[in-house]
Design a protein around this ligand. Structure first.
Ligand SMILES: Cc1cc2nc3c(=O)[nH]c(=O)nc-3n(C[C@H](O)[C@H](O)[C@H](O)COP(=O)(O)O)c2cc1C
Length: 238
C-alpha cells in the first residue's frame, strides 16, 4: 500500500472476525515495528503477545474484573469499601485511570464517545448499552490476539513516547497487511491478570493493550472521529 493510504486507512477496529493470525504474521509485524526510533536507541519497551488459550484466559479474567467493577459502581458505599479491602477488584494497573479530564480536552473526549454511541444507536441515557459497549474492550472486541505494551519506568515520559512511536509503527504495519488494531488504555487498568500469564520484568510498566486481528464487516469499524484543524493544532506566534 501507498504510505498515505496506510495512514488514512488505519482506524481503530472494534469488531474482529475469528480468522486466526499466525505467530509468523505477528512476529513479522513486531519486526517491522522494531525499526522505530527511540531515545539513544534504548528501545525501552516490551510486548506480551497473547493468542490461543492465553488470549481466552485473559479475555475471561479482564471481563470478569470489569463486570465486578461495573456492579460495584451501582453498589452502596460500604460494599465498595469492603470489596476494596478484600482487594482484587479495584484497578491495579501501573498508571492511575484518568478520572477527570483537563477541561480543554474533555469536549473532544465527549464528542468522540458520543459519535461512537450515535453510530451504534446507543441513546445518551442508556447506561446498560454503554456498559456493554465498554465491556467489549475487555473481550478484545473478539480479536484472536491481544498485545500488551510495557514501557521501562527508568526513562519517564521518554519511555512512553518511544513506546507510542513503536505502537504506531506496529499499527501501521498491521494495516498494511490488511489487519486491524485498536490501541486500548482500558487494557492497562489491571496488571495482575496479565502478570499471571507473563513473566513481566519489574522495571516495565503496563502502558496499554492492543487488540489485533482481521476486521469484521461491522458498522462500528466505519467510525471516523474528527481531527482538530491545522489552525487549532499550531501554537500561535506571539
Ligand atoms: C493510547 C491509546 C489508548 C486508547 N484506548 C482506547 C480504549 O481503551 N478503548 C477504545 O475503544 N479505544 C481506545 N483508543 C482508540 C482511540 O479512541 C482512537 O484512536 C481515537 O478515537 C481516534 O480514532 P481512530 O484510531 O479510529 O483514528 C485508544 C487510542 C490510543 C492511542
Amino acid at each position: 500500500m501507498e504510505f498515505s493510504d496506510v495512514l488514512q486507512q488505519r482506524r481503530s477496529i472494534r469488531a474482529f472476525s475469528d480468522t486466526p493470525v499466525s505467530e509468523e504474521v505477528i512476529d513479522a509485524l513486531l519486526t517491522q515495528a522494531l525499526e522505530s526510533p527511540s531515545w539513544s536507541n534504548t528501545q525501552p519497551y516490551k510486548v506480551a503477545v497473547a493468542r490461543g488459550a492465553q488470549v481466552d484466559t485473559l479475555r475471561q479474567a479482564l471481563s470478569e474484573r470489569f463486570a465486578r467493577v461495573s456492579t460495584l459502581q451501582r453498589a452502596p458505599a460500604w460494599k465498595k469499601l469492603a470489596a476494596a479491602v478484600r482487594g482484587g477488584v479495584l484497578p491495579d494497573g501501573d498508571f492511575k485511570p484518568i478520572l477527570k479530564y483537563p477541561s480543554d480536552l474533555q469536549p473532544r473526549r465527549v464528542a468522540t464517545g458520543h459519535g461512537l454511541y450515535n453510530l451504534l444507536g446507543i441513546e445518551r441515557g442508556d447506561h446498560a448499552a454503554r456498559d456493554a459497549q465498554m465491556a467489549r474492550n475487555f473481550s478484545f472486541f473478539d480479536a484472536p490476539v491481544a498485545l500488551f505494551i510495557f514501557a521501562h519506568k527508568g526513562l519517564g515520559a521518554y519511555s512512553a513516547l518511544d513506546a507510542g512511536i513503536f505502537l504506531q509503527s506496529l499499527m501501521l504495519a498491521a494495516t498494511d497487511q490488511g489487519l486491524g488494531t485498536c490501541a486500548q488504555g482500558a487494557l492497562a487498568l489491571w496488571r495482575s491478570p496479565v502478570a499471571a500469564e507473563f513473566d513481566i520484568p519489574a522495571d516495565y510498566q503496563l502502558l496499554c493493550g492492543v487488540s489485533l486481528g482481521y476486521p469484521a464487516d461491522d458498522v462500528v469499524n466505519s467510525y471516523r472521529p474528527e481531527r482538530r484543524s491545522l489552525a487549532d493544532l499550531k501554537v500561535p506566534s506571539r
